[in-house]
Design a protein around this ligand. Structure first.
Ligand SMILES: Cc1ncc(COP(=O)(O)O)c(C=O)c1O
Length: 404
């Protein structure tokens, strides 16, 4: 038995950390985190403003900078990742854009793996060049090319694994080791940033793989009920401070009530994600056998081309499954429109199973070349598996596939 008195919260299970944070043992106060629904704070005297400016963390001045409800959740998420610090944002994209524009400036270069969430990809493609920041792509199957991509202008290596929507994996340890060698060669630090939204800390620990900073859209698994928007950065105190300073200007701060809902949802984080991944494996296996399905992409299937890598670098395989229907987009539409339990809606990570067609959603307006580069085909249906009864889900997909 653990003697909890002496146990550091970091040593407790993720389930326990996501409920209690570091509030262990005797402490008085509310069990649920109070919502500080305020934009500003009373000073005890005028010198509080000076105390804040000198870095006193006990002085709150303005909710765009910080808020006690949000701070509580930030502490908890840093603890879940075993990291020094974390910062919450109004959305995943606010976290991503703020971080990228904190670590890069005009003339900087980014090296990224190409299969990215559509919003991130479009930010890299359409917005960053207007700010003089160039992005180069290194295929996850051609990491040998990294030395040709990294230059003395490279400030950031960016990756997502598993990728959206093809559930491909990047060999993270390999990418990190190669980047560190190039860092030495160029004599400068390159920040390695990873989007861990699909896996979450329950299924994958990017810091154990050597990554510097993690982003998650907390709209997804962390909150898990399709009712809030949010984003989170996790990493060292120094990197998070850099992003936090930028965030004060960009203004994408978390709303206190959204922070409260996120904290409430974190209490069932482990329960939800464990059930979701169990359902995902069962659904993936059932779909794989179906005659109208040509391919099922799920890292937990032995048929997944990178299953061995998934076993090595992931703690669980997550709950995102992509199935390719025979008959292209017409058949995919028929299936999605015939489902009765699973919901035809964008987004992912909630307790309800959601489906979407990548060529109609995350990858719309991409030309054939871009789609091919992302490995996206017209008949793909992306499934975010929820916590419903698995027999109901399997039966639902079977009846919808019958109509395709
Ligand atoms: C992998 C991934 N990263 C980032 C985002 C952006 O998050 P948000 O929609 O909260 O801005 C999404 C949204 O779908 C996503 O799927």
């Amino acid at each position: 038995m653990k003697t909890l008195k002496k146990t550091s919260p970091k040593k407790l299970s993720i389930a326990t950390r996501s409920i209690h944070g570091d509030n262990l043992g005797a402490f008085t106060g509310p069990v649920a985190t109070p919502v500080y629904q305020t934009s500003t704070y009373r000073f005890s005297d005028s010198r509080d403003a000076v105390r804040y400016a000198k870095g006193d963390p006990s002085v709150y001045v303005y909710t765009r900078y910080h808020n006690p409800t949000t701070t509580e959740v930030e502490k908890k998420i840093a603890l879940l990742y075993g990291a020094e610090s974390s910062a919450l944002f109004s959305s995943g994209m606010a976290a991503i854009t703020t971080a990228v524009l904190s670590f890069c400036k005009q003339g900087s270069e980014i090296v990224s793996t190409p299969a990215l969430y559509g919003g991130t990809y479009r930010f890299f493609r359409d917005t960053l060049p207007e700010f003089g920041i160039n992005v180069r792509y290194v295929g996850s199957d051609s990491l040998d090319d990294l030395p040709y991509m990294v230059t003395n202008r490279t400030r950031l290596v960016y990756l997502e694994s598993p990728t959206n929507p093809t559930l491909g994996l990047v060999d993270v340890r390999n990418l990190v080791a190669r980047t560190r060698r190039l860092e030495k060669e160029f004599g400068r630090k390159i920040v390695i940033m990873m989007d861990n939204t699909f896996a979450t800390i329950l299924n994958q620990d990017p810091f154990a793989l050597g990554v510097d900073i993690v982003v998650e859209s907390s709209t997804k698994y962390l909150s898990g009920h399709a009712d809030i928007m949010g984003g989170v950065l996790v990493g060292s105190r120094a990197l998070i401070k850099k992003a936090r300073d930028r965030a004060k200007h960009f203004g994408g701060c978390a709303d206190p009530f959204a922070s409260y809902l996120l904290d409430r949802s974190l209490k069932t984080f482990e329960l939800r994600v464990v059930r979701q991944r169990e359902n995902a494996l069962k659904l993936a296996r059932a779909l794989e056998k179906h005659p109208k399905i040509t391919r099922v992409l799920y890292p937990g299937l032995t048929s997944h081309p990178q299953h061995a890598l998934a076993k090595k670098q992931m703690k669980g395989y997550g709950a995102m499954v992509t199935a390719e229907v025979r008959g292209g987009v017409k058949a995919a539409v028929k299936v999605c429109d015939s489902l009765r339990v699973a919901v035809n809606a964008m987004s992912l990570g909630g307790v309800e199973t959601l489906v979407s067609i990548p060529v109609y959603s995350s990858h719309i307006n991409m030309d054939a070349g871009e789609l091919a580069r992302h490995g996206v085909t017209a008949g793909m249906i992306r499934i975010s598996v929820g916590v419903e009864g698995i027999d109901d889900l399997v039966a639902d997909f079977r009846q919808a596939l019958k109509k395709a």
